[in-house]
Design a protein around this ligand. Structure first.
Ligand code: ZN
Ligand code: ZN
Length: 369
């Protein structure tokens, strides 16, 4: 029984891969400060904690608030601190004799680094090396269980949107729709929204990252909703654009173009193609229709424990798409003063092509409220 449990745990496989990377880089240990990476490597989801991955030990430096949760973790040395996290970490690095320690360049503040250097004392600065995205490289490839969690998040967000749409009416504010959507997601098991939902009424949809406010939904005007759920720490991310009643000529035109770019890009997904090549599939359609300038963001991004993670699906991304990656495809066209259209689904890269994990319709008839 115990043996079976071990082989079912994803953490040992992840640690094995990470330790091989550390050996290649001649690092004695990696200090993990990014909470999503700590979750990925240990299953622990608390805050204000660090993990130390060394060749023989995985340690979590934390405090009494998380003692009970940490006790349940398998094969993790728990270091309870009474003083600062920097002191407890430095002491533990010394205790294990770890000389060369990688820091996560993207997730360590200067203040955190300075505090560590101070606690390590003489030669402390020399022991710390900046690294980039070592855990992120592992997180690019999702296991079946991770894909399952993303699928659950997608189901929750889709069902929540359908329930919300039943209540949507002209005169409501963006914030009211947003509150309803968050409520419906929580009721269905989303721990928290995957990100602050974007609910953009009328012309506000032309701001790709609009913040919901008091603008009211209006008849004959567009409504853009970009939202996601979180289940087991895993996030989903979708966008739909609606019209309350009849579509204006211009909104109809940009919807049709965006929709074609969206469907064509999903069809085009193949393992081995780069993020840049996939981005170009959608971008070429939008550019040929005369709206290239109005599609100012990347086609997509990876999702997982973070709503934005690797791989990037962008003009500058040479990362090859490979089976196991989960990416968004989200072309858009934004016309200031008129509105914006974005359509976004989550796609699993498989050996044969892209598998769309989402099932909400995208046709204009469905999108007419
Ligand atoms: Zn989104
Ligand atoms: Zn997205």
């Amino acid at each position: 029984m115990a043996k079976r449990e071990q082989s079912a745990s994803p953490f040992s496989a992840r640690l094995k891969k990470l330790r091989a990377i550390l050996r290649q880089r001649e690092l004695d240990a990696l200090l993990i400060t990014n909470p999503a990476d700590i979750h990925y490597l240990t299953g622990f989801r608390g805050e204000d904690s660090y993990a130390i991955v060394a060749s023989r030990q995985l340690a979590v430096v934390s405090d009494f608030r998380f003692a009970e949760e940490l006790e349940r973790l398998d094969r993790v040395k728990v270091v309870m601190r009474s003083g600062s996290i920097a002191r407890a970490t430095a002491e533990h690095l010394d205790r294990l004799g770890l000389e060369t320690v990688g820091l996560q360049g993207e997730y360590v503040t200067l203040a955190q680094r300075d505090a560590l250097v101070k606690e390590l004392g003489r030669g402390g600065a020399k022991r710390l090396r900046s690294t980039s995205d070592l855990v992120g490289e592992l997180r690019l490839y999702k296991t079946e269980d991770e894909v399952k969690a993303i699928r659950k998040a997608i189901k929750v967000q889709q069902d929540a949107l359908v329930a919300t749409l039943e209540t949507v009416a002209p005169g409501q504010t963006e914030l009211e729709v947003c509150a309803q959507l968050e409520f419906e997601m929580k009721c269905r098991g989303s721990e928290k929204p995957a990100f602050g939902p974007i609910v953009a009424a009328q012309a506000n949809g032309s701001l790709p990252h609009a913040v919901p406010g008091k603008t009211k939904l209006a008849k004959g005007k567009p409504l853009l909703i970009d939202w996601g759920a979180t289940v087991g720490g895993y996030r989903s991310d979708m966008t739909r654009t609606f019209s309350l009643g009849k579509w204006s000529r211009q909104m109809r035109e940009i919807y049709e173009i965006t929709h074609e770019a969206f469907l064509t890009a999903i069809d085009a997904v193949r393992p081995g193609m780069t993020g840049r090549e996939l981005d170009a599939v959608a971008r070429d359609i939008i550019t040929a229709a005369g709206y290239g300038e109005a599609f100012g963001h990347s086609l997509g991004h990876g999702i997982g424990l973070d709503v934005h993670e690797g791989p990037r699906v962008a003009k500058t991304s040479e990362t090859e798409l490979q089976p196991g990656m989960v990416i968004t495809i989200e072309p858009g066209i934004y016309l200031p003063g008129i509105g914006g259209v974005r359509i976004e689904n989550d796609i699993l890269v498989t050996p044969r092509g892209g598998k769309d994990l989402c099932s909400l319709p995208t046709d204009m008839e469905w999108a007419t409220l």
